[in-house]
Design a protein around this ligand. Structure first.
Ligand SMILES: Nc1ncnc2c1ncn2[C@@H]1O[C@H](COP(=O)(O)OP(=O)(O)OP(=O)(O)O)[C@@H](O)[C@H]1O
Ligand SMILES: CC(C)(CO)[C@@H](O)C(=O)NCCC(=O)O
Ligand SMILES: [K+]
Length: 274
């Protein structure tokens, strides 16, 4: 599974790909060093088939490897780097599995104890990456398509967690499943009045204040169990949520570490030698 060092080739280049429910998250590594990250839209079968034909780094389609990033990789005909894949979208995983340069990461590779078989690989990798970086016990909050809490104790044993609809899903489900409510943007430019007098602010108030209160409640409960634990927040809505937590519950926000690349740290831990 280890990326091979090749003579005459820039050392140990590998790509990490995390397939989330909204988009794909990529990272370019040279050995242990994360040199770049970017996001792309999910792929069609066509692009994945095209990818299977690629022989060198330069053949990678621009939808995957934006031209602005190519100069970092060096020589034109560098061999195709391995792509280490962690996916929580089985249909997208299926498109990649047969690709000659793709290695799919599975739960068995992650040394966390007490995992259950259907645990999301993103949750396991993020928790492992955070714990290896800041120490265990550890709680990870992923503010992604789904919002998740995932915690482990000092023995690196999964304590458990929780899954709820993320910020975007909460807005879209109200917009889609009701006759009269609009589908609002996830961006909230400022905290609305809690008791609102118009529909937009009433929706924003309901979603944001219950999310912030929910995060506070989970963090408080975790800290009662593990007072010495670090807590790290990741995911596409991490900045928005942390900003409003700072206003609403500054004592909680002060405990949170923000780190978007936890999954890549987790992959690095299990893929490369130290
Ligand atoms: N450019 C963007 N595209 C999509 N979502 C975005 C973007 N910027 C911020 N977001 C927010 O990020 C959330 C999705 O988070 P993220 O991209 O981490 O999810 P994901 O692809 O499901 O990944 P994961 O499975 O790791 O959570 C949405 O609720 C949305 O509000
Ligand atoms: C909860 C999500 C969607 C978060 O990305 C993912 O981790 C997943 O599909 N998990 C499987 C169920 C579980 O973790 O218990
Ligand atoms: K997700």
């Amino acid at each position: 599974m280890k990326p091979q060092r090749r003579r005459g080739h820039r050392e140990n280049i590998w790509l990490a790909l995390e397939i989330g429910n909204s988009r794909l998250h990529w990272a370019l590594f040279t050995g242990q060093t994360l040199s770049d990250t970017w996001d792309t839209d999910p792929f069609s079968e066509y692009i994945t088939q095209q990818l299977a034909q690629c022989q060198t780094f330069n053949d990678l389609p621009p939808e995957i490897f934006p031209p602005s990033r190519r100069r970092k990789v060096g020589e034109k005909n560098s061999p195709h780097p391995p792509i280490f894949l962690a996916s929580v979208v089985p249909q997208q995983t299926a498109l990649w599995e047969t690709h000659p340069h793709v290695r799919v990461i599975t739960l068995e590779q992650i040394p966390l104890l007490n995992m259950y078989p259907t645990l999301g690989i993103d949750r396991a990798l993020a928790l492992w990456g955070a714990g290896k970086t800041w120490g265990f016990p550890m709680l990870v909050i992923d503010a992604g398509t789904a919002l998740t809490f995932t915690g482990a104790d000092a023995k690196k044993s999964l304590v458990g967690g929780a899954i709820l609809p993320g910020l975007g899903l909460q807005f879209s489900s109200l917009g889609e499943k009701t006759g009269q409510l609009p589908h609002l943007e996830t961006e909230i430019s400022s905290l609305p009045p809690r008791f609102a007098l118009n529909t937009t602010e009433a929706i924003q108030s309901g979603i944001i204040y219950t999310l912030l209160a929910g995060i506070k409640d989970f963090v408080t409960a975790w800290e009662q169990l593990f007072p010495e634990s670090k807590i790290v927040i990741k995911g596409g809505d991490r900045i928005l949520l942390l900003n409003y937590l700072q206003i609403q519950f500054p004592e909680i926000a002060a405990h949170l570490i923000m780190e978007p690349n936890l999954i890549f740290w987790g992959m690095r831990e299990i893929i490369t030698d130290h």
